[in-house]
Design a protein around this ligand. Sequence first.
Ligand code: B12
Length: 240
Amino acid sequence: MEIDYITNQDKECREYIDFYNKMSTKDVDNNKTNKDLKQIIIDGLKDEVYFKTKELLKTIDSMEIVDNYLIKALDIVGEKYDKGNIFLPQLIRSAETVKISFDLIKEKLKEEGRNKISKGKIILATVKGDVHDIGKNIVKILLENYGFDIIDLGKDVDIKEIVNTVIKEDIKLVGLSALMTTTVKSMEETIREIKKYKPKCSIMVGGAVLNEEYSKMIKANYYCKDAKEAVNVAKEIFKV
Ligand code: B12
């Protein structure tokens, strides 16, 4: 249509104006891009991510959106960053974009009451010194979706705060996340302190920097490659 007014076939841009006059502001926002949700996150388009997530939530299950779009987009962003194809500002932009999508999904799950019945209480935290919380937040969404009650202590969490909450809430399962080689040290320390005060408390760990072997070295009870494995561990611990 743009070509018509550029070539003066659409005199005084009447067709163009008519076309957009009929649209609501929302439609115009929706129409800003034809990109899919994955690409929108990769490109860090914050307005578009809101509309596209809302649109997908009408027809696709929330967890399918997490698995098929959000995690896949983050994997691609991570790879691009690793290879030096994008830099920190773009990385932050994508991380902020994906958060908008996650917040909408959380809202939807709440509305559906899919996180109401408690099958057991679990603490989640990203360890001291580490601000990467996207993975931990996915684990949280999935566990809540399966009916577990999550005490989310957030990111960069003090060891003392974790230990005190474990004792106060009589916790049977703690999930710790670490994404950096430097912060797996504080994960190890956190595990040691929890075990000192509550030896029977089980600890599952995750984060791209870990593997099964390393998790054994730091005395975690379970290593989870992804959020789905966290659900299996929780089911085993709470026998549900
Ligand atoms: C997004 C991102 C950021 C975002 C984080 C936003 C946020 N709110 O989380 C921002 C831009 C803030 C950031 C900052 C930094 N980052 Co960064 N970041 C990443 C990136 C690209 C993706 C991480 C991610 O979210 N992945 C997607 C999620 C879904 O995956 P995941 O966390 O692994 O989670 C899954 C599983 O591992 C598992 N899981 C994870 N946690 C848990 C916990 C439990 C209990 C269970 C059961 C399972 C589980 O389940 C999840 C879902 O399936 C990675 C690169 C990469 N390829 O991993 C670098 C990366 C982790 N960052 C890195 C670095 C160095 C930094 C900075 C120091 C950069 C800087 N120069 O300032 C700072 C760190 C500041 C700090 N003190 O923490 C390095 C770490 C290097 C290392 N080996 O130590 C990486 C590997 C990039 C690189 N190659 O250099 N980062």
